[in-house]
Ligand binder design. Sequence first.
Ligand code: GAL
Ligand code: MG
Length: 974
Amino acid sequence: MTDPLLALRPWEAPEVTSWGRLAMNAVDRRAGALSLDGDWRFQLLPVPDAPVGGVWSSAYVPGAWTMQSAGADDPPQYTNVRMPFAEFPPRSPAANPTGVYEREVDIPADWSGRRIVLQVGAAESVLLVHVDGRPVGISKDSHLAAEFDLSSVVRAGERSVLRLTVVKWSDASHIEDQDQWWHAGLTRPVLLYATDPLHLADVDVRAGRDGGLRIDCRVRDARGALPDGWCVSAELEGELLTQDREFDRVNAEDERVSDFLGEARIRTTVPEVRTWSAETPELYDLTVRLHRPDGTVADTSRHRVGFRDVEIVGRDLLLNGERVFVRGVNRHDFHPLTGRTVSYEDMRADLVLLKRFGFNAIRTAHYPNDPALYDLADELGLYVVDEADIESHDHAHEIADDPRYLNAFVDRVSRMVLRDRNHPSVVIWSLGNESDYGAHHDAAAGWVRRHDPTRPVQYEGAAKLDWAATDDASDIACPMYAPIEDCVAHALSGRQTRPLIQCEYSHAMGNSNGTLADHWAAVESTPGLQGGFIWEFRDHGILQRVSDGRPAGRAGAGLYGNGVTAPGHRWAYGGDFGETIHDGAFIADGVVFPDRTPKPVLYEHREIAAPVRIECHRHEGIVLGNHQHFRGLDWLAGEWELSLADGRVLTAPAELPDLRPGETAAVPLPFEVPRTGGETWLTLRVRVAEDQPWAPRGTEVCVPQVRLRGPSVSWDVPVDGVVRVDDDGLLVHPLLTAAPTLSLWRAPTDNDELGGIAARWRDWGLDTLVRKVVAVRQDGGRTTVDAQYAGAAGVVRHRQTFTPVEGGIRVDEEAELPEDFHDVARVGTVFETVPGPDLLEWFGQGPWESYPDRSAGAPVGHHALPVDELFTPYLRPQESGGRHGVRRFTLSAPDATGLTVELDEPRQVSVTRFRAEDLTAAAHHDELVPRPGCVVHLDAVHRGLGTASCGPDTSLPYRIPAGVHRWSWTLRVL
Ligand code: GAL
Ligand code: MG
């Protein structure tokens, strides 16, 4: 007999979003549930209707089979826009891996007479449920749970066989075409729970900043008609609020209650309520109980309530009446060992890290994230844009108006709202991503607005930067990757009708996020702009064993730390599992490495988001400001640090004034600024004063800085002597294995490559310049070398003048770039040092990596790091490890031998083990072979990073013009 679920062919029926599935609800069922996680019998079929009967292997639940040995024939595949198969919606490919999961379940004997429910946390992409061979239900949406009532198919005290069949490709795949790895399987926990037949079917809690609390409960009785005399009570922080004994009358009057459904409504006001915000995540414990007519408790649901308001007034999004800045990031459910499956601990670690780096918001790109994420966001304090699981990128324009998919759109959006609406952290509903704009969006927006008028709705496809937009599906203008100038123009146009919060901006692929500080300077100074969400949180590199090309697996062998993998492993990106259709390293575009090691951009972000800032005013002296929205400064402690160019560093505790949000005050300095010592910087190190849920006491929060005194001019004193150059005019020096030459090339960053910038450089021949010495002149002790560097599209003239000075050699350089070379990567010097000296100490910006357009978060000071720790191991090797604004550096060996370089001005410097060509040639970090010595770059100018891999290139001030560039440096042996 054909199985009725298979006979429906639900994988090619977009109209079928579910069958036999219970309505989504927000009742918490974790307490007392029976977990079905663990190893299940597993078979991978080639097509959904192939007979089951082969050999069983086993697969771990929760987990994608694509990440496990059971799925060795079906590895992960990465595509961005394009679908991995050719069939048009709603078709799926003939070859359609289908996982059959099976296990026995012993139904507890004490569940007799109870209503028994199966909850499948997530199944990708179609779920079919059978119990003892009997069809139970169907569900779609790979990122929301599905519940099925098993009461009529299982018996308490007996054993049943539960079979969950998961079909990988379906009509739904076409609306789950998000930019991420394709996986398949049961990716979130599976559990069974039992309730009384009289049960809470849903609980809807609304809590406002005025203390108003509104609880609506839907009640059902599995036996049929609700008995008379039931009631619902609510307890807040251990205190009984009120009981609704009025429901019958109220419901009868409203004619809203049928014989099987009841509603209970509780209304109260909490006096002197502590309001919830990302800065002050105050939560109240709420317990809702359903009582049988005799008063005993039939059902319980626990919630944590945050009292807060979200509203749009004019073109401002207000949280508790305040126009808050949205410092957001896009977050996928991703883990390098388990793919789509994320643990509570991992989610907590994600959010803790975001809090430490100044973020206050998350967009759940591009689907409802794991339920625990929202609990954590409530608790730690993060605003959430909750996004429905809809992206039809490859077939966008067809699907949003295709009537066959209408049901799926409304189903996905409404179920997300029903699941998450009690979370104070959720402040905005998003209708999905990159699915064009069609009638289905309006339908879904209509459902949300009617159902939850307490939050705005957004959808990028409906309102980008179109200030004359007449469409209605988005309350927020939420473009992606809009240039700063366009956002400002939009806000100044006089026609802006809604808040502008970019749903994605500042693409973090590789060495990126240039101009982030400029972006925020514009946001903070332009009414109408409120921030946005960086793309994205994490690099989706999968930990891969190099020997067999398989995902390394759950155990975690091969993880190493600091962003790199252990030997024999690598971070896999698109193409690394043998896929022919893939989009390469575009999957590695996060602000953290796959192992959650922060990338340098996070320090930039932390400083941009600083809650405390300082300025130096001519009359008042140092002025300190509280840049938060809701809090004072009492949770912070400070320490002053005075750094002088001569090497002195003075520190003293800082007294942070008692300031309300937005206030400033002049603060006295606890020390005299020395009259001598050259360039002088004052830094305020701000730390957490008392343990926070996301940071132990002492965690650094920001390091605002002001310059108190500029550099004093110093002259090198020429001395008698000769500088040796060889026949090619190259400097001969005992500590250098490669003499200083001109460098115009950097190993292209992802932005350089995908933005087409590196292609221009290659056309000009900048990667293969040929040096020819033209003249070597001797003038007293001074040696001048003229050289030419010939590329395909022009010749660069370069002059080096070597002068013996006290203790070393002064090098004056000049390069003349022809008009055609109007936007190169760098103009500067490169040389290589003998092995040995590998500790870098510098006076300049640091300690982390910084570049001209990403240097707001690297304070000037005296820094020191081993050379191997200077380099940032971006997944696809590229220009890395630079330090901006370096005035002086020393490279020394443990025996104190080495060299020191003094620069004429603050310059971009990098010291690594790799030549630009080494980095250019490698596709993965594990292919790099460090050189024994150091490769040193000091640049007169270095091009900004921008974000051109997806979004705007760097702006003009960070590009390098043609013409003459001059720079000087002095080299001394220690
Ligand atoms: C956006 C998209 C994201 C991601 C990003 C580029 O267009 O919404 O999912 O693809 O670009 O990394
Ligand atoms: Mg997309």
